[in-house]
Structures are given as C-alpha cells and as structure tokens.
Design a protein around this ligand. Structure first.
Ligand SMILES: C[S@@+](CC[C@H](N)C(=O)[O-])C[C@H]1O[C@@H](n2cnc3c(N)ncnc32)[C@H](O)[C@@H]1O
Length: 181
C-alpha cells in the first residue's frame, strides 16, 4: 500500500491549512459539545495534525491521540502539535494501538475514503470505543458513501448522517457519519 511521502505530506499540510481550516473548526466545535471533561479522543488518519491542534487549543483537558499510516504525516503532526500533549502513533486503522474500550470519542476527517479494508477498520473502531462511546466520521459527500455507510451499519447498527455546511463554501461537500458503541 502506498502512503503519503514526505514532499506529498508537506504539500498536503499547506493545502489543508488553506482549504480545510473551516472544517477543522467545525469538527472541533462538535467534539467540544460532545465530550465530558478529560475525555479520551482519537483522530484516525490525522495527517498533519491540524484538527488535533484546533482541538488541543480549544479543550486542553482532553486526552488526545492521533494515528496515521504515513510516518511523514506523523512527523509533521509532531511539529504542528509541539506545544501540546498529544500521543501520535504511526498505525493502520485496521490495527489500532489502543486497548479495548479505551476511547470516548473517535473522529476522522477526510480520511475514511482512503481506507482499503473498511470492514476491518470499522471492527477495530468498535473494539477501541468504550460502551456508549461515539465516532464522528467526516468525509467527502460523494466518496464511497454507500460502502462507508454499509461498513458502519454492519458493526454499529444505526448510522446517523448529516450534511455539513461550512462557512464561505457555496456547496456542501462533507458528510458526517455518526455511530455509537
Ligand atoms: C486526505 S488526508 C486527511 C488528513 C487529516 N485527517 C485532515 O483532515 O487534514 C488522509 C490521511 O489518511 C491517512 N490514511 C489513509 N489510509 C490510512 C490507514 N489505513 N490507516 C491510517 N491512516 C490512513 C493518510 O496517510 C492521510 O494522512
């Protein structure tokens, strides 16, 4: 499987800052509203760690983790998050480094459409969530939509979906899939 190389990761970091800051703010606001004090949150496919940096600034009480398949993305995320306490790990969503039932909230932003084996990844997601824990998966509205919904539904039963509108974007391009363990 190919992963983001170093130059590609740097390029993505620059583009994400320019194009996706509104999305990161929106997701950080959602997570703020959905987590109790000191909750444990993991960002799956964190890339350069932009979402986590918004979250860490907004909610310094949270225990934050980020995983990504690309060691280059994790290297950049370490720099992005140098001033915050965040556990960053190179890992595949199909084999998460977290113990069973250890996560209160899992999030993912524009990453799930890249995951090669959705059923395995969703089974891992279910394993690491505490009973009652939730996941919010934000991804492009037209990318593998049915496949994502089917994989989440097969493991979690019900899947709530919401079309996410971002300020200044004329067209809504993001769907949030929300599930509860
Ligand atoms: C388009 S980037 C999104 C990064 C970040 N979430 C954001 O919103 O800026 C997709 C990320 O998912 C990661 N990724 C893709 N497949 C993965 C997998 N199987 N396990 C972990 N991370 C994966 C990629 O390495 C990449 O960093």
């Amino acid at each position: 499987m190919t992963t983001f190389g170093y130059e590609q990761s740097l390029g993505y970091d620059r583009r994400a800052t320019r194009l996706l800051t509104g999305l990161y703010r929106r997701i950080a606001t959602d997570i703020d509203a959905r987590t109790t004090d000191s909750a444990t949150v993991v960002d799956l496919g964190t890339g350069p760690g932009k979402l986590l940096s918004h979250l860490a600034a907004r909610r310094p009480d949270l225990h934050l983790h980020g995983i990504d398949l690309s060691p280059h993305m994790i290297e950049i995320a370490r720099r992005t998050l140098a001033e915050h306490t965040v556990e960053l790990t190179v890992a595949d969503v199909g084999d998460l480094p977290h113990p069973d039932a250890s996560i209160d909230l899992a999030v993912s932003s524009v990453s799930m459409h890249e995951w090669p084996d959705l059923p395995t990844a969703v089974t891992e997601l279910r394993r690491v969530l505490r009973p009652g824990g939730t996941a919010g998966i934000y991804d492009f509205r037209f990318a593998r939509t049915r496949e994502i919904r089917r994989a989440l539904g097969a493991v979690f039963g019900s899947v709530d979906t919401e079309t996410v509108r971002l300020p200044w974007h004329p067209v809504a391009v993001i769907t949030c899939y929300r599930v509860t363990a």
